[in-house]
Design a protein around this ligand. Structure first.
Ligand SMILES: [Zn+2]
Ligand SMILES: [Zn+2]
Length: 328
């Protein structure tokens, strides 16, 4: 049975993670976090939460149901692939999100801060406000965190998540993270806060007009492989990519895309064709959500890499499920 609203009630921040809000509010009410909430709702896991639970969460914490609904990342099967919708953006590949393996900015969480929705995106690997790489491992016990924990601010071992290492993020990772946050929050965050740590570099120019989905797929296809022989194995895929692996993929992706854009030599093109995931790029050229996604990737393939694309061969979207990045 759902109890009445709790003693301490509040609204979520416009760019707050829903599960982060739940943990934050549980803590202010001195309750045992997600475990307590799931018990109240009769659920075993955060992955089971549905629309009725979202209304119950709004009721419990005295929040506007519309504000809560805005934070929900909703999944739906489309032609055999699980798509998600987050903050009005469609995401056509599940690996673009990390909904059950939270990462955090140690500096944002210091002094009672909140978990940001942008951190639920796999390629959001830096805090654009503090300029540091996000953490996904406890500095005390080394464990990766889950949402099913007691406190937003500490690990089950007792260590504070604010104590995790906060090292300066590479510019490319910062730029991509700021781009994701900007696309998500629109005008929700104060402009001075939003631009504080945002470098304008090659990605901002390249990504202009791309969908969030298309831009992130492009980065994955360009940067995921460490070298030509790198294959993501099944074990690695099950565990999910770490924040640092994704950060490095962002840096490689931006650097490789920059080479493609600046008239690469034939030798460079040959090397890039080995490094980039060409089937994944071809899939974007065929079924990218926005026309800009398809056009940019087609031109990168044809003009930049010398790879012919066939509109007919990949047309239809439905046939592209097998063209996803392997094992991710
Ligand atoms: Zn931060
Ligand atoms: Zn720990």
């Amino acid at each position: 049975m759902i109890p009445r609203s709790l003693p301490v009630v509040d609204q979520p921040y416009p760019d707050e993670s829903l599960f982060g809000f739940v943990l934050r509010m549980c803590q202010r009410n001195r309750l045992a976090g997600m475990t307590w909430l799931l018990g109240q709702l009769g659920r075993r896991s955060v992955t089971q939460l549905g629309e009725a639970d979202e209304r119950a969460i709004a009721h419990l914490f005295g929040a506007d149901p519309v504000a809560i609904e805005r934070l929900v990342v909703r999944g739906r099967w489309v032609d055999g692939t699980q798509h998600h919708w987050a903050f009005g953006h469609q995401l056509t590949r599940p690996y673009l999100l990390r909904l059950t393996r939270p990462q955090w900015c140690p500096l944002c969480l210091a002094n009672g801060g909140y978990a940001r929705a942008a951190w639920e995106f796999q390629l959001s690997t830096a805090c654009h406000l503090h300029g540091v790489t996000l953490a996904d491992q406890c500095s005390g016990c080394g464990r990766r965190q889950r949402w099913q924990r007691t406190s937003l601010y500490s690990c089950g071992c007792g260590a504070s998540l604010s104590d995790a290492r906060a090292e300066r993020a590479p510019d490319a990772a910062l730029e991509i993270s700021a781009w994701i946050a900007r696309r998500l929050d629109g005008d929700a965050t104060a402009p001075t806060e939003r631009v504080a740590m945002t470098p304008v570099g090659p990605w901002s120019i390249l990504a202009h007009g791309l969908s969030l989905d298309g831009g992130m797929r492009l980065l994955y296809a360009a940067g995921l492989r460490r070298d030509a022989g790198h294959r993501v194995g099944p074990g690695e895929a099950r565990a999910g990519l770490t924040t640092l692996e994704c950060r490095d993929a962002c840096v490689r992706g931006v650097a490789r895309l920059a080479v493609i854009q600046h008239a690469p030599s034939e030798e460079e093109r040959r090397h890039l064709r080995e490094l980039l995931h060409l089937p994944a790029l071809s899939a974007i050229a065929a079924d990218g959500l926005e026309r800009a996604d398809r056009q940019l990737v087609r031109s990168l393939l044809e003009v930049g890499l010398g790879v012919p694309t066939s509109k007919g061969r990949f047309a239809g979207g439905r046939d592209n499920a097998q063209l996803e990045l392997p094992g991710v």
